[in-house]
Design a protein around this ligand. Sequence first.
Ligand code: NAD
Length: 296
Amino acid sequence: MTILDGKQTAAQWRADITHRVHELAPLYGGRTPKLAAVIVGDDPASVTYVNLKQKACAECGIRSTVKRLPADSTQQQVREAVRRLNANSDIDGIIVQQPLPPHIDSKDLLLHISPKKDVDGFTPDNIGRMALGLDCMRAATPAGIVELLRRNGITTRGKRVAVIGRSNIVGRPMASMLLEKSEMGDATVTVCNSSTPDLKEILAGCEIIISAAGCPGLVQADMVAEGAVVVDVGTTRVADPSRRSGYRLAGDVDFDAVAPKCSYITPVPGGVGPMTIASLLHNTLTAFVRRRRRTL
Ligand code: NAD
């Protein structure tokens, strides 16, 4: 069994991005890409994630800024903040950090982020273009998973793949990518959800399992075929009084029981998470280059 080390793979990817940022800067008058994150309220997880993203940007030579809005901001005020970032020619990428306060409609906001700056790859334009196989900003987490597999020599062509979860940010775009006509697509994909009655049978028949349910312990050893590749996207905070923070992050997969059966498996944390951040940096660089080529 080999650990699919997302930290190490993301570090290689980020080194490539850093190299490209520094190579391009002199061609664009010393300018480097810039990412803007919008945070509404002070959810501690959101603040932590945005801090991590800003740190990763800085390490790659990508500039970043955070637009903080109070928790009681109206939908109109958040939309207006996004609209200003769309119009700001110094900004190449925009992310609206989730979770948002319950009164904010995140789907509505997606209609207002410029698709050219949508580095999460969540807007209808980018999701639709990806489904049609057109050039687009690819959804960050699934694109990070594809890169994790590719950089570790794992292809999906001709494989049976189970995706657990059908969310718009992970499960659906993941399935779309796996269906593309390429070496890192061309899979036979089964997308499972919370109403799937025969999860165990489906998983046991697959060479690759990608789990994005957010249910710790969902994937057990008797559900996984010998030699399977298991990618655990799940990241759930579970209480752990032995930690200073009082919690730990748990994946969907019962790692200790499942790992001995796998050819490759991702840990949580240190698997998909770092690849998602690298993917975001990659998309920010792509947005920067495309906007410059269109001469803004
Ligand atoms: P979501 O809640 O929007 O979707 C979860 C999906 O899982 C749903 O489609 C649901 O039907 C399915 N599901 C739930 N229980 C199931 C079960 N018992 N059997 C089969 N399917 C089941 O979640 P999301 O936003 O896609 O995130 C999923 C998980 O991935 C969360 O833990 C989240 O924190 C994590 N996540 C991690 C990253 C990362 O970069 N590491 C990025 C995004 C999401």
